[in-house]
Design a binder for this molecule. Sequence first.
Ligand SMILES: Nc1ncnc2c1ncn2[C@@H]1O[C@H](COP(=O)(O)OP(=O)(O)OP(=O)(O)O)[C@@H](O)[C@H]1O
Ligand SMILES: O=P(O)(O)OC[C@H]1O[C@H](OP(=O)(O)OP(=O)(O)O)[C@H](O)[C@@H]1O
Length: 215
Amino acid sequence: MITIALSKGRIFEETLPLLAAAGIVPSEAPESSRKLIIGTNLENVRLIIVRATDVPTYVQYGAADLGIAGKDVLLEHGGAGLYLPLDLDIAKCRLMVAVQNGFDYEGAVKQGARLRIATKYTECAREHFASKGVHVDLIKLYGSMELAPLVGLADAIVDLVSTGSTLKANNLVAVEDIREISSRLVVNQAALKLKHSQLQPIIDAFAATVAARQV
Ligand SMILES: Nc1ncnc2c1ncn2[C@@H]1O[C@H](COP(=O)(O)OP(=O)(O)OP(=O)(O)O)[C@@H](O)[C@H]1O
Ligand SMILES: O=P(O)(O)OC[C@H]1O[C@H](OP(=O)(O)OP(=O)(O)O)[C@H](O)[C@@H]1O
């Protein structure tokens, strides 16, 4: 049995064409089902539906052979025990620093002020501000980071930005670009050896699809 860990929503949707290229068609959609294990047209392939942040953990411990996770999630997780053969170029966005409109971020940084930063991405944020030599207090949040500057919880946030409409709707502006984010194929290293003949064709089909999109 091959088990593939995916999260609901954008990753599941954007993975469907990759699965199709590998001849895998889920037997139901996670949005319309409460099932956490979803069968496919192939008897020996199943999907498990987990939180985006939990995908690396399932693969690391071998509860899933493959998974798809955002670079943001992988950077926070650390990647121990994982083989990351392929950037799938899906779920693309940017990790950015944002502040409330009117907050003088550059000025605060120049003055050497200690900044309060709210984020789900504490590891990436710590590294970013340390590399700039900016002193920060990090406040860990699990979602809706955009609210934090509006209610005085933080001076700035580190969050993902795609269209910019969430920032705009909340009177925030991006002030710094930390890095580009896309999702990667995550493979359990032991499974790759033990189930090589079954896993490699899936990895190859994903790679061929990604390459074809880039021409
Ligand atoms: N607005 C966006 N546009 C494109 N990609 C995004 C966007 N937001 C997040 N992503 C990417 O998609 C991945 C999955 O996001 P999703 O919203 O499904 O989960 P999440 O809500 O971030 O995680 P969790 O459910 O664990 O809290 C993220 O890890 C990131 O790599
Ligand atoms: O620039 P935009 O296109 O507005 O996208 C940015 C938003 O997308 C992500 O949230 P998501 O939509 O995943 O909602 P979530 O809070 O459920 O993670 C991210 O945390 C931002 O809030």
